[in-house]
Design a protein around this ligand. Sequence first.
Ligand code: HEC
Ligand code: HEC
Length: 258
Amino acid sequence: MAGALAEDASVERGAALAAAARCGACHGSPDGTAWSGGYAIETRFGTFYGPNLTSDPKTGIGGWTAVDFATALRDGRDPAGRAYWPAFPYPSFTSLNDADVADLWAFFQTLSAVEREDTAHALRGLWGWRGWLGPWRAMNLDRTPSPSMDRGEYLGTAVLHCGECHTPRGPTGGLRHRRELGGNDDPPAPAPDLTALGWDLDDWASFLEDGLTPDDDLVGGEMRALIRQGTRTLSDADRRAIGAWVNGLPPVGRPPRK
Ligand code: HEC
Ligand code: HEC
């Protein structure tokens, strides 16, 4: 009994984490079926398609073990050891802790099987060569967890991966962490610099709950969806912790001209 209850609680926490991390945004299907894949992710390197994450053993991840799942999320490798493209934001998920990965796995195992073959990615020219990923990972993937990471940084990096949209990318698409959250012009959703907003923690807590900026503008696009499904479900303390982390980052924008 106690075991079953503990398991239910783990599935519930995993569902909340998956919502906050927006796993479903990239792994849905074009016809709206949750988790069965085929959703198109446009990037400057071409179009990636999120794969099927349901428990179908043939086309989904039904045949996977907990270790396969953890290796995919934190090391960006499939069960055969092949590297994934970083359109799958594992360079951020690499900092997820063991308890959260276990809860996510508990949740994903509850998804009913949908048989749907993965759609092949359509990448531009040489970018389509998976051999790139060896040197790319050597240059861009830092798997050493930050020793001083607090709750706000953990949520902002490992779970909600704010930097995947708000941090500028280098020529090969790696995140430029020295300009963390310094704004990213990449289509389809250019995301603004967050390092000089000058918001206090009340501003952050309310923005991450209802999407209204201190000037009463309602934020749009991906950000609104992230708030509705992700940060709104967090506690007020967690929203403040994220704000405190962002406020603590060095401003990266050009200094205003006098
Ligand atoms: C921004 C889009 C995006 C988000 C958000 C995202 N993924 Fe993915 N994911 C992808 C893409 C694209 C791939 C395929 C990568 C490849 O083919 O190399 C992938 C691959 C995977 C795989 C490997 C599947 C297989 O069949 O090999 C797993 C497991 C996975 N993602 C789980 C997750 C989980 C769990 C989350 C949330 C914590 C998540 N993803 C969030 C885009 C995303
Ligand atoms: C999937 C991409 C994506 C992710 C992940 C993301 N953002 Fe955003 N964010 C955007 C986009 C795009 C906009 C601009 C929206 C618009 O045009 O209204 C934005 C706007 C914002 C704004 C409004 C800034 C202003 O000046 O009005 C804030 C604040 C913000 N994001 C904070 C965050 C934080 C904190 C996180 C992580 C918890 C985060 N974002 C994660 C894409 C993203």
